[in-house]
Structures are given as C-alpha cells and as structure tokens.
Design a protein around this ligand. Sequence first.
Ligand code: ZN
Length: 157
Amino acid sequence: MTSVDAHEPRASSFRPAPLRIGRVAWLQILAEAWRVYPEEACGVLVGPTGTGEVVRFEPITNADASTRVFTLDGAEFAKATLRADREDLDVIGVVHSHTHTSALPSPTDVAEARKPLVPPTWYWAIASVAWGEPELRAHMVDPDGAGMVETAVVLTH
Ligand SMILES: [Zn+2]
C-alpha cells in the first residue's frame, strides 16, 4: 500500500503526452543507476519546451547520497538548465532510480512533485533496478487531482 495513491485510476481528464526517449538515453540512465547503486541515481531529461521528447539525459549528483531519497545537486542542476537554455531546450523532466522498489512514485515522490517550486509540467521518470529486468515508468502531476497520472513511455530509435 505504499504507492497506491500515486497511480490509482481516478476520474481525471488529464492525458499527458507520452514520454519519448531513445535507447541511448535509457541506457545512460541505467548506467548511472548501476554506477551509484545502491544509492538512488538522479538527473534531468532535456528536450523541447512543452514536449515529452527527450533529447538527452543528464546525470546529476544525488545530494542526499541516499538509498531511499534524492535531491538534485543545486549547482549541477543550474548548469544543466543553462546548457539546455542555450540550445533553446528545457528541462522537461526529472529521473531517479529506485533500488528497492518498483518504478512507481513513492508518497515522498508525489509530495516532492507537488511542491510549489517544482514545475508541474515535469515528467517524473523512475527507473527501477530493484529486481529482474530494469523498468522505466513516468508520471506527471495531475492538475485535476491530488496525485499523479502515469504517462506512456515510448522507446524511440
Ligand atoms: Zn522515488
């Protein structure tokens, strides 16, 4: 019952666009997840503003250095944001790994995603490397409800 509230079907009309990500970026997320395992890896997804089109994944140090939670290192996040801005791109999402649980947002993730300073349009992509085949799922804050709505993840090229 840890994350049911995060993804339980609800009567929301919100239908976010799928997150479209290339296999190279997906493998880079996995590489970062295994590099810092068993701590949680994190980083940002960069792409054109207002889309789910991932141009690249940028790993960012988990300032919490924790197996259970993550905080994007502030200086590295600022650099990634500036780099994206110079290319007319944007940070369109945040990604982190779960090393002990599934790829669904934890109650902590939902609370973090809904904080006032976190862009509500961000995709929250979670890579689970807890067991078996690694899994990537994405959610977005539900503007019509109290939780998050799952978005499809499409592996491109
Ligand atoms: Zn999480």
